[in-house]
Design a protein around this ligand. Structure first.
Ligand code: NAD
Length: 404
């Protein structure tokens, strides 16, 4: 059987309970032999997605977790018991012990944003491979410090900006950047319409101080994509936004939420590319859209999750090349079980490429430099809203004595 077929059948069938009757020696297609062991630091919603995805990908297992919240620990144990009833998670009592365990090859850090900087400073002592959730940090100085740490890090240091692996963006990257079918890219627009920020452990995402602000916390994904498509550094940012609908009455430990729920961000890049980003977080459905126009063509793509019955496609991509070449309409997708494993399959490919990079293969994973630039834009946009003026990125960086 070709390698490709074997991998496909492994993932799809291997963990179905109807095959649990098979003795180990009868498992060929369904044999799973993980080579790597990872620990999860911070096992909330995203930590559990990382756990599920690790087992679906198949080349690694989760050895243990460190999380100070007992409910997160129990929930993670419960999820693992459904995936592999034989395996018991090691529960660490300190961050240090979770990081330095010699049995483990890599660390997946999915703690709240504000804690990334302190967790990373402990994690790097291990020199193990690291997958650090986005946003890398909540401020530009912390993000810069992590970027410098990652530059000299002796193992893989990957940042969790995995939206670039959603099928719609993979195809857009292929057409716009690799095949260059749009010619020179001139304009980029991304929009996100979605529901409010979800509940979190200690509700850290309702406060700018802990999340970095909405445009850093969530929108770093989109600024990373814009940076990728623009292939340049941001020059000027102007943004407007406010808290129009969500969490206006929300209080936690006597403190009122201060996050914005809508914004319009416009960006000039150093190479002349113009970009804009629209965010609305009080939409009853999820809709994410990308439009890119170059001097030879136009690309429009969306992802739509609206919870309504019907047969509307979940994704759509059109490439319009006018009279010059063939146009194309498609529905980019992955197998259903991969899409359902989290973030439309993007997290699965983030794991696949994390392990590929560990194994020395060439990948296009998000680096700490990508993480830094996505935060620079988010931070600048937040500040532009606060001040009501456009910001020149290099002037902003000078305020932190940075020249990057
Ligand atoms: N890449 C993505 O698409 C994506 C999606 C969602 C969340 N995230 C990111 O993942 C991270 C976690 O988000 P979440 O949604 O899972 O939040 P969450 O609140 O559901 O989970 C966070 C967990 O971290 C634990 N924790 C807090 N401080 C800790 C510490 N110092 N050490 C160890 N554990 C600690 C909490 O007890 C909790 O269980 C955030 O950085 C978030 O931005 C990324």
């Amino acid at each position: 059987m070709a390698k490709r077929g074997k991998e496909f059948y492994n993932r799809y069938f291997a963990r179905q309970s109807r095959f649990s009757i098979l003795p180990p020696e009868d498992k060929y297609l369904f044999r799973i032999s993980p080579k790597y062991k990872f620990n999860i630091i911070g096992s909330g919603m995203m930590g559990i997605e990382h756990l599920r995805t690790t087992y679906l990908e198949g080349r690694a297992l989760i050895h243990g977790i460190y999380d100070p919240n007992p409910k997160s620990v129990t929930a993670t144990q419960n999820v693992l018991s459904q995936i592999d009833p034989e395996q018991k998670l090691k529960i660490y009592d300190t961050l240090e012990n979770a990081c330095k365990d010699p049995d483990v090859d890599g660390l997946i850090i999915s703690t709240p944003n504000f804690s990334h900087i302190s967790v990373i400073k402990e994690a790097i002592k291990s020199e193990k491979h690291i997958l650090l959730e986005k946003p890398m940090a909540t401020t530009i100085p912390d993000a810069y410090e992590i970027y410098k740490i990652a530059e000299d890090y002796p193992s893989v240091f990957q940042v969790g900006l995995q939206y670039r692996y959603k099928a719609m963006y993979v195809e857009a990257i292929q057409e716009a950047l690799i095949n260059k079918r749009l010619g020179d890219i001139k304009m980029i627009n991304i929009s996100e319409y979605r529901f409010p920020f979800l509940d979190k452990v200690n509700q850290w995402n309702k406060f700018n101080q802990y999340s970095g602000g909405t445009l850093v916390e969530k929108c770093c994904h989109y600024f990373d994509l814009m940076n990728l498509f623009a292939q340049s550094k941001p020059k000027k940012v102007y943004a407007t936004g406010n808290m129009a609908v969500n969490f206006k009455e929300f209080e936690y430990n006597g403190r009122k939420s201060d996050i914005l729920d809508n914004a319009v961000v416009s960006l000039d890049y150093e190479n002349g590319v113009r970009a804009s980003f629209n965010l609305c977080m009080f939409s009853p459905q999820f809709y994410e859209e990308l439009t890119i126009c170059g001097d030879e063509g136009y690309l429009h793509s969306y992802e739509n999750i609206d919870y309504l019955p019907g047969t509307k496609p979940k994704t759509y991509l059109e490439l319009k090349l006018g009279e010059e070449s063939n146009s194309r309409i498609s529905q980019p997708c992955y197998p259903k079980y991969i899409e359902e494993s989290g973030h439309s399959g993007a997290t699965f490919f983030e794991h696949k490429y994390f392990i590929d990079t560990i194994e020395g293969k060439e990948t296009s994973v998000a680096t700490a430099k990508d993480g830094l630039w996505s935060i620079v834009i988010g931070y600048a946009a937040q500040k532009s809203i606060d001040l009501g003026i456009p910001l020149i990125i290099q002037d902003l960086l000078k305020e932190f004595s940075l020249n990057i």
